[in-house]
Design a protein around this ligand. Sequence first.
Ligand code: AMP
Length: 432
Amino acid sequence: MKYTAPPYTYDVLPFPPVKEAWLHTARWRYVENVFREVCRKYGYREIRTPILEQTELFTRSIGEATDIVSKEMFTFTDRGDRSLTLKPEGTAPVVRACIERKLFAEHPLLKLYYIGQNFRYERGQRGRYRQHQQLGVEVFGAVDPALDAEVILLAMDFYRELGVIDQELHINSVGTPESRVTFKQALKDYARPFLAELSGEGQGRFEMNPLRMLDTKNENDLRLLADAPRLVDFLDPESAEHFEKLQSYLTSAGVPYVVDHRLVRGFDYYTKTAFEIVGNSLGSQNALGGGGRYDGLVDECGGGHVPGIGFGLGMERCLITLDALGIDLPTADERPLAFIITLGDENLVRPIAVKLLTKLRAAGISCDMDYKSRKFGHQAKRADDLGARFTLILGDEEAQRGVIQLRDQSSKEQREIAIDLAAAELVLFSHG
Ligand code: AMP
């Protein structure tokens, strides 16, 4: 039996394949830290929710007719006969947690962020996986368009901190569920005469979820829908004003944007603002991240009228973009400062080596030794493979005299020091 990772999943490794530098744990950590730092600056606090939820939370909130609910969820029945689903997105679980833990009552304006895994049974390709990580924020409690602008600016700030500069901000307004009823009708009336010419996907959406007809990459569908009615022309006065104000805030913040009339997101719960950040170095899976306002979602989940807005950014696509742009992240140095090589009588030298390792680590020095009792050459090679800056060589004779050879691996200089002073000597190097 040969085990493999499930289809369209990946492993993030401490030693990544040369051609897939983005699969490097150190890079993931770096990007996550940048996100945490940006969130801290904007006053967002971290929330962590379970990886599973009751299935109904998603079917109700995301919408039965969406791709996610109709064909992409990882759903199973647990041993207690409950239907559970691995979370396909991050917002509904956060809403559920805030209602259940009564956070809305205590925090009239609640700003949260999360870093979490999502699961969708998708047709995989580069940039699209069945397990993917999102960096997201959710804010609850205000309908001020300045908050929509803040959330967008936070996302843009994050990419700027990383040095990503090839992204475009697309915005649209999807209005209210009521204003969408009229729009959906107009869209269907427009598409009906050439319905048979639309792709299978387009025809399916015409029936099930007409708004989603607009979100297509099919060239022919795009041509047929080029003059389709536009959401902005169907907005209720409040949504229209909200959208205008958002644009003026973005302009005064100096953030360029494109009004994208075809931008409708994959979830039913969005109201008013919808936005997407599109990367130019990503090929077909070019959405770096997206989000929007969801003023009815908390109510839908039983939490009363609490407006909200948020986004989710794709971690993999962010990292792939960084690779494509040749951005080298300043990742932490994971090489050991010192590596202990032992020679001779094991019963004599090993206990001393173990004690020294313990002492060095207690002093904050990263260090290692060889646990395979091999010859000097093998141990020295292991030290080099790990990138150790120094080796500490301990033989019978050194052990008897209470000394050790301290060898600089690059200059090859070697000198004898007292074992008891090794930690003090090395601490000097660990700080510079
Ligand atoms: P969504 O939750 O669909 O709004 O997606 C938000 C962002 O997550 C997208 O813009 C992508 O960057 C990323 N994303 C969504 N689905 C996937 C996936 N299957 N694989 C990788 N990234 C994804």
